[in-house]
Design a protein around this ligand. Structure first.
Ligand code: ADP
Ligand code: MG
Length: 699
């Protein structure tokens, strides 16, 4: 097994973090840089030069030869272009150099990144700008500088910039509200996130035999294995030795990068696992989650496995999600979503809670949109993840507090506790009173909200941009009203009561997987956006555009671009899946079935030639059955091909995405059904791919 590790020693050893800065930078430079990090001041070029040089020296000592501006374009993954530190000298040698200018700003050719029409092709330049709030780190011998990415004309082309903007917004509005409560110490508020990440591990040799996994990340054909997850014997089960080694290695790699990997366990589906880090500020959590996904893939390869991050790699067993645990904290260390011992009397907490409840209700569509992707469409509403309907769960005790506010009655959690009210004897709000409903898309879990609709492959920036912005909006409306109020106490109570009364419909404590809930949700007027194209059709409504432009998180142009990029991406993903299915169907499956039928008929013929008395009904019946299925399969191939031809004539991103969702996807499902039926009936010697059983149970 693995050699012992000194965790505190390796933790953050590849990060140019605060401790390293302090150690390596002159005092004045360190101070100036800290000020930039904390207050967002512009970094002076002289300071940048000193920082860059220190960073380079540090990186070279750690074996780095290159640097890169590391950014998160709209592809959903990270991007990097490596430059070496070398600079030629007169004597034909080189020295290692890195300037402040190179640190602060890069100019990658942006023409091949999705821009949704923002960046005209004649102006291909894009800018990357250092985000000093996220530390530089070393990965694969390269110094990575976390950066934001925008077009030459200043429109953002990435996920990081709007995230930072949304964090600024919620900070400003939350501080405004805190001042009204007499808090004069807090100068900044940050949102914090701890994302729980699910993934599958399968054997690399098997993976390489499946075109669908290679091209699309999920299986497009595949009959169910005799055993799935029905025995519930995998969740929290003993971790297999090969996976243990992978996880130990993964932890070590993540720790070196300063990522607080904390919890690991087996998940519900066979071959499925989860990793959760300790929470941190939202921008760091986002960078770290992107890195975590990348390191998971690399580490798996080292162990002869492949890490699948797709939301639904296998039909019939659970897919993978990501739980976005989100809260709001002050720079003085207070969690603003902590109800304390007496939530009913904690007006400040109730006001923040009211802002979240009101925001989630008013902007349900945006939250749904923020988790929409072709992959996640397989999960939402499939009784393994929350449905596509957004609702909130607050837990029994908090619910009782809210009910009493709405009804104007005195709060009592239960008879026993009521007698003790008045003294501080109520137990802390603990998880066991709030974390019971695992089917809720948006659950209060003690001192944070857990948004459970995210797909495993998603960049968590998107949902957090939404959360930060909608809560900033509600807080700003509250602050507007409260700043004008003559009687602060009664004004706060009114706002809280009004918000909980008007937005009760978003709160649901029952089973979100039940069919009755969908009926009830419709009655309540909650939106149920079933697919990505349907969700995105709501993106650019007046209400949403107003929200983002008011808070300067996106301009209208940037919103339009994002809408186009997301829908285009959806259509492209389905198109690749359809093309891959056709390739597999025509080149592998149909010919294999045909060959097996020939073997069956040959066998029948030779039996007959030998003697009339050897029964050959089995071969004949099976050959007949498979011949019919294969004919049907061939017709479904043609139907899918025709759908793809029709798609070529469709104009407009929305219409095209709708067509891919309604028509192409349906044709794919029909083709798959016949393919899977044949798999069940064909000898494994003839079936061209490893089976579900092979993949899910071989590690
Ligand atoms: P679960 O019961 O959902 O499996 P845990 O209680 O272990 O989860 O925590 C899930 C995640 O929530 C962890 O990543 C944890 O760090 C994170 N978390 C805890 N407190 C906060 C907070 N204040 N803000 C954001 N995330 C938090
Ligand atoms: Mg969780």
């Amino acid at each position: 097994m693995s050699t012992p590790v000194n965790v505190p020693e390796i933790f953050g050893s590849l990060v140019f973090d605060d401790a390293t800065m302090k150690e390596r930078l002159p005092k004045q430079t360190y101070k100036a840089l800290k000020k930039t990090i904390q207050d967002g001041d512009v970094l002076d070029l002289n300071v940048a030069n000193i920082v860059a040089n220190a960073m380079k020296d540090w990186a070279v000592e750690k074996g780095a030869t290159h640097y890169t501006h590391w950014f998160q374009p709209m592809t959903g993954i990270t991007a990097e272009k490596h430059d070496s530190f070398i600079n030629p000298t007169d004597d034909g040698r080189v020295i290692m150099e890195f300037s402040g200018k190179e640190l602060i700003k890069g100019e990658p050719d942006a023409s091949s990144f999705p821009s949704g029409g923002i960046r005209a092709t004649f102006e291909a330049r894009g800018y990357t700008a250092w985000d000093p709030t996220s530390y530089a780190f070393i990965k694969d011998g390269t110094l990575c500088i976390p950066t934001a990415f925008c077009s030459y004309t200043g429109e953002v082309l990435d996920k990081k910039t709007p995230l930072l903007r949304s964090m600024e917004r919620i900070s400003d509005e939350a501080v405004r509200v805190l001042r009204l409560f007499g808090d004069n110490e807090t100068t900044r508020v940050v949102t914090t996130v701890g994302p729980e990440q699910e993934y599958f591990l399968i054997d690399k040799e098997l993976y390489e035999q499946r075109k669908d996994l290679i091209y699309t990340g999920r299986t497009l054909f595949g009959a169910k294995a005799p055993k799935g997850q029905e025995l519930e014997d995998h969740y929290f089960g003993v971790i297999r030795p090969r996976v243990v080694e992978f996880m130990a290695d993964l932890d070590r790699e993540l720790w070196k990068l300063g990522i607080l990997a904390k919890t690991k366990h087996n998940e519900v589906a066979p071959a499925q696992h989860e990793l959760a880090p300790i929470f941190t500020t939202t921008n760091l959590a986002t960078d770290h989650n992107q890195l975590t996904m990348e390191i998971m893939k690399k580490t798996a390869e080292k162990h002869g496995m492949v890490c699948l991050l797709h939301e639904k790699p296998f039909a019939g067993v659970n897919g993978s999600g990501k739980h976005n645990n989100w809260s709001i904290s002050t720079n003085t260390g207070k969690n603003l979503l902590n109800p304390g011992k007496m939530p009913a009397e904690n007006t400040q907490f109730l006001l923040f809670l009211a802002a979240v409840v009101k925001g989630v209700d008013e902007y349900q569509d945006l939250l749904r949109i923020s988790v929409a992707s072709a992959g996640n469409d397989h999960r939402l509403g499939a009784n393994e993840a929350p449905p596509a309907v957004i609702s909130m769960f607050l837990g029994d005790e908090l619910q009782a507090v809210i009910d009493s506010i709405v009804e104007g009655t005195e709060y009592s959690a239960d008879g026993k506790r009521k007698m003790q009210l008045g003294s501080n004897v109520l137990p802390d709000f603990t998880k066991d009173t709030t974390d019971r409903n695992r089917t809720s898309p948006f659950a209060f879990t003690g001192n944070k909200f857990e948004f459970r609709m995210l797909g495993s492959a998603l960049n968590i920036a998107c949902p957090n941009i939404m959360l930060n912005t909608i809560v900033a909006e509600e807080l700003s409306l509250f602050a507007d009203e409260l700043e004008k109020a003559d009687d602060f106490d009664s004004a706060v109570k009114d706002i809280i009561k009004k918000a909980f009364t008007e937005h009760q419909r978003i709160i649901f404590n029952g089973d979100n997987y039940a069919d009755e809930w969908l009926v009830e949700a419709e009655r309540r007027g909650l939106s149920n956006l079933r697919s990505t194209p349907e969700a995105f059709s709501r993106y650019l409504t007046e209400k949403n555009v107003e929200l983002f432009t008011k808070h300067k998180v996106y301009t209208e142009k940037e919103l339009n671009a994002r809408y186009e990029i997301m829908l285009e991406n959806y259509s492209k993903v389905i198109n690749i899946e359809a093309e891959t299915m056709l390739d597999m169907a025509k080149k592998d499956i149909l010919p294999s079935v045909s060959a097996y039928v020939r073997e069956l008929t040959d066998t029948a013929l030779s039996k007959k030639a030998l003697s009339d008395t050897i029964p050959c009904d089995v071969e004949i019946e099976l050959a007949e059955k498979l011949s019919k299925l294969n004919l049907c399969f061939s017709r479904k191939i043609s139907a899918l091909e025709e759908a793809l031809i029709k798609a070529k004539d469709i104009d407009g991103v929305q219409a095209l995405a709708d067509f891919y969702q309604g028509t192409v996807f349906a044709a794919m499902s029909e083709l798959r059904a016949v393919g899977d039926e044949m798999e069940i009936n064909v000898s494994s010697d003839y079936w061209p791919y490893p089976s579900y059983g092979d993949m899910l149970f071989s590690i």
